[in-house]
Design a protein around this ligand. Structure first.
Ligand SMILES: Cc1ncc(COP(=O)(O)O)c(C=O)c1O
Length: 450
């Protein structure tokens, strides 16, 4: 293991991580071409050096981490930022008149500004810190849904949603008497936009909620077009950005949705912190989700008035260190550039899809073809080997993948499978990780006599 990384002097200021000098940027984003392959825009040695956890052996093999769609790893700068915050600046925010509290508040609010810029939001007060994508969607479904939905109203989701963008809508529909309808999935595992139009034309659609990138099969959905069609019938559009914010440049204003969400832990940030962006007028019109300290203006025994947004939605002591860590994470991602990260992921996903199709006759690959917009997730089944067995065999080779329904049971039903194996590639994955995956799958075939 590398030692001394936690407190090593940062190569750039943790408070101003965008101040990377041009020669450093060039070295971070250039990698020599492999014979016959287009080159990755990222320099893998430089990227991997930022992730201390990758520098270890598992079951006697180099750790190959291919489960970033579930949770990414953290760069040292994020870990260091959190440790340093606790070591130097911690106090509760928005309360104290003393120096430490002022510093903590300044850092917490600076992180909000960083997340707002990361999302292309016009204003920092359109960003609410939450626990995660799951909590962000529950916040909107409960705060907006209970106040605005009633019998006869329709919420449109899709058959490809993560349960986090399905179950909260089912719950609020049950409470309010509204109905839930789902956009179907085409045979090439894209959203069926003709079916979407048909659902919109049935009337009474108040809100559309879809993912941006599928965590199960990697499809990138045409969110701008979905926003346009949803608004055409006067519906709001909520985007579950859990898988898009980590790997695509996001500009919420250009996309044109009403709400976007993401989780820190999938974007190189801490667990337990996420963000909700919504248009300011929408946030202002929504009642609070939870009551408590920090979210009030004036409290009397009978009733209270609430703080302005975003604080109205941040009841209680927030995850201060998490927010500050998330600020460091988005700075880190932006220091490479989200365009660059996406180009790297597109390239590696294409290599993986082509190699697995060439190498394994008995493999079934899920998700759209590499030419179609897709992210760094590759889902597959191999002959009749159970995906959990595949994951266990690969683990013994040091390769971490995920197996199961990926919190997308309706999609699994549509695909006619109970589970798939899923390898998800991120900025720190490259060809050597693909080779390890291929080697592990050969081992699985040997063990199962295929
Ligand atoms: C598309 C999608 N939405 C929502 C979630 C939920 O994220 P979290 O568990 O961080 O709330 C996930 C997590 O895998 C996801 O992939």
């Amino acid at each position: 293991m590398r030692s001394g990384w936690l407190f090593r002097p940062p190569t750039r200021s943790i408070y101003h991580p965008n101040s990377v000098n041009p020669s450093e940027t060039a070295s971070r984003t250039h990698q020599p071409a492999l014979a016959g392959q287009p080159e990755s825009p990222l320099n893998m040695a430089v990227v991997r050096a930022e992730f201390p956890i990758l520098d270890q052996q598992v079951h006697g093999h180099r750790l190959v981490y291919l489960d970033s769609a579930a949770s990414s790893q953290r760069p040292a700068v994020v870990i260091r930022t959190i440790a340093e915050y606790y070591a130097k600046d911690h106090a509760n925010v928005h309360r104290g008149a003393y120096e430490l509290s002022v510093r903590a508040t300044r850092r917490y609010e600076a992180a909000r500004g960083k997340v707002a810029r990361f999302l292309g939001a016009g204003r920092a007060d359109e960003v609410v810190f939450t626990r995660s994508t799951t909590e962000s969607i529950n916040l909107v479904s409960m705060a907006w849904g209970r106040a605005n939905l009633g019998p006869g109203d329709v919420v449109v989701v899709s058959e490809m949603e993560h349960h986090s963008n399905l179950v909260p809508w089912q719950m609020v529909c049950e409470m309010t008497g509204a109905e839930i309808k789902a956009i179907g999935v085409t045979d090439d595992q894209c959203l069926d936009l003709d079916h979407f139009d048909a659902l919109l034309s049935e009337g009474n659609v108040r809100l559309v909620a879809t993912g941006h990138v599928s965590n199960a099969v990697g499809t990138i959905h045409p969110v701008e077009e979905i926003a346009r069609r949803a608004h055409g019938v006067g519906a709001l559009y909520l985007i579950d950005g859990a898988q898009s914010a980590p790997q695509l440049p996001i500009d919420v204003r250009a996309i044109g949705g009403d709400v976007d969400t993401f989780s820190g832990h999938k974007a190189c940030g801490p667990t337990g912190i996420g963000a909700l962006w919504a248009r300011r007028d929408l946030l202002e019109s929504m009642p609070p989700y939870q009551g408590g300290g920090e979210m009030i203006e004036e409290v009397r025994i009978e009733r209270s008035t609430y703080a302005p947004v975003p604080h109205k939605f941040e009841a209680g002591t927030p995850n201060i260190a998490g927010a500050i860590g998330l600020g460091a994470a988005v700075d880190f991602l932006q220091s490479f550039g989200l365009e660059t990260i996406h180009a790297h992921e597109k390239r590696i996903a294409r290599l993986v899809l082509e190699r697995l199709a060439d190498e394994f006759k008995a493999i079934t690959l899920y998700g759209p073809a590499p030419e179609v917009a897709r992210g760094g997730v590759v889902a597959f089944t191999l002959a009749d080997i159970h995906p959990h067995d595949l994951a266990t065999i690969l683990d013994h080779e040091g390769v971490a993948i995920r197996a199961g329904h990926h919190c997308c049971q309706p999609l699994m039903r549509r695909l006619g499978v109970a589970a798939t194996a899923r390898a998800s590639f991120y900025l720190y994955n490259a060809e050597d990780d693909l080779e390890a995956l291929v080697g592990g799958l050969h081992r699985a075939q040997e063990l199962f006599g295929i």
